[in-house]
Design a protein around this ligand. Sequence first.
Ligand code: SAM
Length: 289
Amino acid sequence: MADFHDPLPPLREVIREYDLRAKKSFGQNFLLDLNLTRKIARIPGDISDSVVYEVGPGPGGLTRGLLAEGAKRVVAVEMDPRCLDALGDISEAYDGRLTVHQGDALEMDERALLAATDGEKMRIASNLPYNVGTLLLIKWLTLEEWQPWFSSLTLMFQREVAERIVAKPRTKAYGRLSVLAQWRGKVRIALNVPAAAFTPPPKVASAVIHFEPTAPLNPDVKLRDLELVVEKAFGQRRKMLRASLKGLPVDALELLAMADIEETKRAEDVSVEQFVELARCFGELKQKG
Ligand code: SAM
C-alpha cells in the first residue's frame, strides 16, 4: 500500500467551504472517506504508469484517492461548475497531475482529452452518476475499435446494475448488459459499497465493477448484429427463441438451426458464446439475402 499523504483538508470541510451541497439533478452522492476511495483506486492494480479518466469527480474524493495511490495523471470531466474551484485546489496540491474539463461526459471524446503518450496506459475509474452510468458503460463497450483505447474500467453502479453486468445465464439478472460486457471482456464485482458510505446516502446499495477488455471471441462478428440479436431475444425474454427472434429480417428457425441452438430455448438459457455464434450466423444469412 502506498504511503498516504493527502495534503488537503477533509472532504466535509471542502464541501462546507465551497458550499457543495449534493444536487439530485446531477446524480450527486459523494464519497467522503478517503480510505474507501483509496481502496477503489487500488482495484486496477498499479496505476503509476496510467492516465486515469474520471467522470464526475464532484468534490474530489475518488480523485484524491487515485492521485494518492500514484496515478501518473488524472483527467476528469465534471458537469457541475460549482465543483471546479475545489478541484483546482486538488490540482495544485498534486503538482498539476489533475486536469479538469467542465461538460457532459456523454459528449466527450475521452481519448483526445487524455492525450496519453507512448508507454502510458489509459484507464477509466469513476463513481458514476446513477442517471447516466449505464449509458456511459454502453458508450465504452460499443466502441467500433476493439481492443479499445482503455486497459480497464473501474466503475461504481447501483448494486442491481452491477449484478446485471456480471450475471450468468439462467439467472434473472442475465440480459443485454451481461452479454455485451462479457462479450467484450472479463468483468467482476470488486467491491460492495453500502448506501451509508455516501453523503447523502442513496436509497440502494452500490458496487464497484472491474472490467478488462479481451480480444473478440470471434473477430468476424459485427457489433450491430450481436446487439440486434440480443435485443430481440431479451425483448421478449419469456418467449422461446423461435418466437422472440421472429422480428429479425431472416428466418428465425433457419438461424437457430445454423447456430445449433434449440428453438425452444429462451434468451436467458443462451450463453455469451452462443449469442456470438447466433450473431455470426445472422450476419451470414443476411448477406445471402
Ligand atoms: N466522484 C465523486 C465522489 O465519488 O464523491 C462524485 C460522484 S457523484 C455519484 C457523480 C458526479 O458526476 C457528480 O459530481 C455530478 O455532478 C457528476 N455528473 C453528473 N452527470 C454528469 C455528466 N453527464 N457528465 C459529467 N459529470 C456528471
